[in-house]
Design a protein around this ligand. Structure first.
Ligand code: UTP
Length: 464
């Protein structure tokens, strides 16, 4: 096998790796052969050609503000949102919806030694991110009497541990045939000048997941799209593992997507400040698209409209709705996503402790599908209700800010039904409060479920 693999490497312009493999003992050569055989070498060759050996100048796109259904919204918008909720609820009752959780990333910034979904986030219960999402899925299944299949995209970095964790927790009570895990593809890091594939160890390639845009290829390879079709599902809602405020299969977002007859929709929140490191929705060369914070020129980042509001305010939450037929076009390569080059520090056999970027990784982004959709819709939701991701170990978007957001939301929901919540001098709840999604998914669910004289005099966990 290894002779054939080495010949394929040579044909794909990877003579250096081929030569290194020839010089290795048989066992190491066989181990590498297996890894190389799992790669899409034609794709690697194309990416090295386009993004490393002869990168283009990169065209500066023409940017404009996004078209968004904004909050607080006028009377017409409120009526539209009510209709959206009804349409979304009906689609759920009709079993037309599945949720896909993106959980294949490496979670480098958090620095947690396990899949990010295992991170304990519940402010009182210490429930993991996986459990919070599972509880949201369970609550939605019960409320609408639907199957709501939950697909989890992992990668080789975390697939085995994720599966073991879900098994150990008996899928958090969800029927096993509705919890489906599939792994995304991996791509090798390459040398930034030569484009040579790099090795992490003599017998191991330096591989990493191919970006959350790898979702479509992975859904194709793992036959997920066929499974969705068999189940009669035509709306796929994607979300990221790191935001426990997210409501899986939020009927308002699904309904807005359906009523707009969109092929792809995006849930956005207002950026907290102009320089928040968050991608924004915009029009890009006349089409809906997402601009990464690093690509938004400083003058546009600070631009404001006549009312003094930020022009590029619509921050991406990573939540999208996709039409199944559109996802199928993306999966079968009829509308392939572009790949991006990221210069990163990657430990390699030649440079085990790089102190500067020494390698190029290739990644596809799910939001690059937006300009390929015939129609899109963008809906703003209240940030404090829906968005507080865990990205960093400390500082903004960290476990501390996320738990504070969960507690704050729970406190507001309780106050909305008349419960008195003691607050500290900074206005934060004096006690940790947590509401399990199976107990309530919004403030309205608490009506009639908690007495107004409920005492909040210590940590409080409301769960069924
Ligand atoms: P991020 O871009 O925040 O990456 O992913 P990350 O892996 O969580 O963290 P860093 O950047 O290494 O610190 C946003 C979401 O997309 C998923 C992640 O699991 C997360 O839910 N993702 C990212 C994938 O599923 N696959 C990827 O290849 C990349």
């Amino acid at each position: 096998m290894s002779e054939q693999v080495i010949a394929e490497l040579e044909a794909a312009g990877q003579e250096r790796l081929a030569a290194s493999m020839r010089a290795l003992p048989q066992a190491a050569r066989d181990a590498l052969s297996l890894q190389v055989a799992s790669l899409d070498l034609a794709l690697v060759q194309r990416l090295v050609g386009e993004l490393v050996r002869s990168p283009g100048d990169g065209h500066a796109p023409d940017l404009g503000p996004a078209e968004v259904d904004r909050l607080p919204g006028d009377g017409a918008s409120l009526a539209r949102r009510r209709l959206a909720v009804e349409a979304g609820e009906q689609a759920l009752r009709d079993d037309r919806v599945a949720v896909v959780m993106l959980a294949g990333g490496q979670g480098t910034r958090l620095g947690f030694d396990h899949p990010k979904g295992m991170f304990p986030i519940g402010p009182v219960s210490n429930a993991s991110l996986f459990e919070v999402h599972a509880a949201g899925v369970a609550a939605t299944r019960r409320r609408y009497g639907c199957d709501l299949p939950w697909y989890l995209m992992t990668s080789d970095v975390n697939d085995a541990e994720t599966r073991a964790f879900l098994d150990e927790h008996l899928m958090f009570g969800l029927p096993p045939d509705t919890v489906l895990t599939f792994a995304q593809g991996m791509l090798p890091a390459v040398d930034p000048v030569s484009g040579d594939i790099l090795r992490a160890a003599p017998d191991r390639l330096a591989l990493s997941p191919d970006g959350h845009g790898g979702l479509f290829r992975a859904m194709g390879h793992a036959a997920i799209l066929g499974d969705l079709e068999e189940r009669g599902i035509d709306v796929i809602m994607t979300f990221q593992v790191d935001n426990p405020l997210m409501r899986p299969a939020d009927p308002e977002v699904i309904g807005a997507h359906l009523l707009a007859r969109a092929e792809m929709s995006t849930m956005v929140v207002a950026k907290a400040s102009p320089d928040e490191r968050m991608g924004v929705m915009a029009t890009v060369d006349g089409r809906a698209g997402l601009v990464e914070y690093s690509d938004l020129p400083a003058d546009l980042e600070a631009a404001r409209d006549d009312l003094g509001r930020l022009t590029y305010w619509a921050g991406n939450t990573g939540v999208h709705c996709l039409d199944r037929a559109f996802a199928t076009r993306l999966a079968t390569g009829q509308a392939p996503l572009p790949f991006h080059r990221a210069d990163k520090r990657v430990p390699t056999v030649d440079d085990p402790h790089p102190d500067a970027p020494n390698a190029v990784k290739f990644e596809a982004f799910i939001f690059d599908a937006l300009p390929l959709a015939s129609r899109t819709a963008t809906l703003e939701v209240a940030r404090a209700e829906r968005f507080a991701p865990v990205k960093n170990a400390e500082g903004p978007d960290s476990p501390a800010t996320c738990r504070a957001a969960l507690v704050d939301r729970a406190a507001r929901w309780l106050e909305s039904v008349g419960v008195s919540v003691p607050r500290d001098t900074a206005g934060a709840s004096a006690h940790a409060i947590e509401i399990d999604p199976r107990f309530a998914q919004d403030a309205h669910d608490l009506v009639g479920r908690v007495p107004a004289d409920l005492a909040v005099d210590g940590p409080l966990l409301l769960r069924v």
